[in-house]
Write a protein that binds this ligand. Structure first.
Ligand SMILES: [Zn+2]
Length: 470
């Protein structure tokens, strides 16, 4: 089979891979690139392949950089089936409708055509077929797919593509979770593949210990509450927000924090949290499912207010500080957080808590790097607030865990005839170039495997015997 890199090579965002057998073609992920703008210009151009000729699209998880261009793919002629896990289907629906809205606002501001409309998103929904973890399915002529949990966000999967003709297998990891997570089961390795495409967002960095991140969050919140100002948390609506709510709920229950109002000011995050409640009993880890059974909800607590409507959101300003406002977007492009940041960042009593990856050029990255001002919704805003960077909240594995993942995948396996299958190459993708190179070097040095840093547009041929440039 052949593998082409049409996104997520040398970049964290824009995941898009084409897998071709002799008779069928599968795309894995179809995300948008994000950086300075919500959607980078490249995202608006034509696809480097004819979407009409693709048999199926396989989606690893519902993050925008993995699903964001699906409606454009459909608009440009794709009519195949779209495979994803049941929770991913629910989450992708929310994410795509939300992004259609943000994209149309952005297009209006920039005077360009929006990338897609609500109507295109509706067409996407009609093509989706769900596939659960550990089920094999023929997705295109001669190509079957199989999902495993990656512990990254609810419903996230790595996918193995098998060529029925010669049994060649390729694994694409999607994003790999920062296991152990308080909510999700740990990632499962996928061993025995002929080649692996693995993510490398944190390929060159370590996260602090998970236990420390909870202690650090309490310390930061205590300090912020003592300062008496607004506490802003730009949140990724998916997973990060639910983790934050889960931790806050635990802190307040245990009396570790003074009782102050918490606003979940994001319609998207509110809806996503409902999807977590819906699927938790099936997809959370067993001990968390037990906790959910005992407590009813893991994400609600007495002074949490979900502000769905614009009026409810606006009324937050009437509540005196200190108060916590959790709102999207996570990198501060648009969404309600921009309004709160414009209002509160010039005030030195404010604390801004940034947790997680911020793409180069994004407003969040500028604030994280200590810029004294930032452009939000087209206006310059002075930053006099305290900016706290929390590490370890990433939903991505760090460099050591990525190496452990690679090691687990490389473990020798026999195919039933006593023949050992050995992975010929690991491609390090979906990271910034330095992270991809660093991870590739470590895979080579520590695991003795061939590691390749792919480039955009490259095609590689994968067989049972070798992996070579096509
Ligand atoms: Zn992701």
């Amino acid at each position: 089979m052949r593998l082409s890199f049409y996104g997520g090579a040398g970049k964290v965002t824009g995941s898009n891979f084409l897998v071709e057998g002799d008779h069928g073609k599968i795309l894995v992920d179809c995300g948008i690139e994000q950086g300075h703008d919500f959607s980078e210009r490249e995202t608006h151009g034509p696809f480097p392949y004819d979407p009409k000729t693709i048999d199926a699209l396989v989606v690893t998880h519902a993050h925008l950089d993995h699903v964001g261009r699906i409606p454009k793919l459909v608009r440009d002629g794709f009519r195949g089936k779209i495979y994803m896990t049941p929770p991913t289907k629910d989450l992708a629906a929310l994410i795509l409708l939300d992004s259609a809205h943000i994209l149309s606002e952005e297009a209006r501001r920039l005077g360009v055509e929006p990338l897609y409309s609500d109507q295109d998103v509706e067409t996407v929904f009609s093509l989706i077929e769900t596939l659960d973890y550990h089920e094999e399915k023929e997705a295109a002529p001669g190509l079957s797919i199989y999902f495993r949990n990656t512990g990254h966000i609810l419903g996230s999967a790595s996918v193995r593509v098998t060529d029925a003709e010669d049994g060649t297998t390729l694994v694409l990891t999607g994003d790999i979770g920062n296991s152990p997570s308080p909510l999700l089961p740990d990632w499962e390795p996928m061993s025995g593949a002929d080649a692996i495409v693995m993510e490398s967002v944190y390929g060159d960095r370590l996260h602090p210990e998970q236990q420390r991140r909870t202690e650090i969050l309490i310390e930061v919140l205590k300090k912020a509450i003592a300062k008496g100002g607004a506490i802003l948390i730009p949140a990724f609506s998916l997973e990060r927000t639910q983790l934050m709510l889960y931790e806050l709920s635990n802190f307040f229950d245990a009396g570790q924090l003074p009782k102050i109002p918490v606003f979940l000011d994001s319609p998207l995050a509110i809806h996503v949290t409902a999807v977590y409640e819906k699927w938790g009993m099936k997809y959370f880890k067993p001990e968390t499912e037990e906790e959910m059974k005992r407590e009813g909800s893991l994400f609600e607590f007495p002074f949490l207010k979900q502000t769905l409507s614009r009026e409810e959101s606006e009324s937050i300003s009437e509540t005196p500080n200190p108060k916590i406002i959790i709102a999207g977007a996570g990198m501060s492009h648009g969404g309600r957080i921009g309004g709160w940041e414009s209002r509160y960042l010039p005030d030195p009593s404010t604390t801004l808590i940034i947790a997680g990856y911020q793409a180069p050029g994004s407003p969040g990255r500028r604030m994280a790097e200590g810029s004294p001002q930032v452009t939000l919704n087209g206006h310059e805003v002075k930053i006099r607030a305290t900016v706290e960077l929390l590490e370890g909240w990433s939903a991505h594995a760090d460099r050591d865990e990525l190496l452990s993942f690679a090691e687990a995948c490389l473990a020798q396996k026999t195919d039933g005839h006593g023949v050992s299958i050995k992975t010929k190459a690991i491609f390090t993708a979906m990271g910034e170039p330095s992270a991809e190179r660093f991870l590739a070097q470590r895979i080579h040095d520590y695991l003795g495997a061939r590691a390749i840093v792919p480039e955009y547009g490259q095609t590689w041929e994968i067989t049972k015997d070798a992996v070579r440039k096509y």
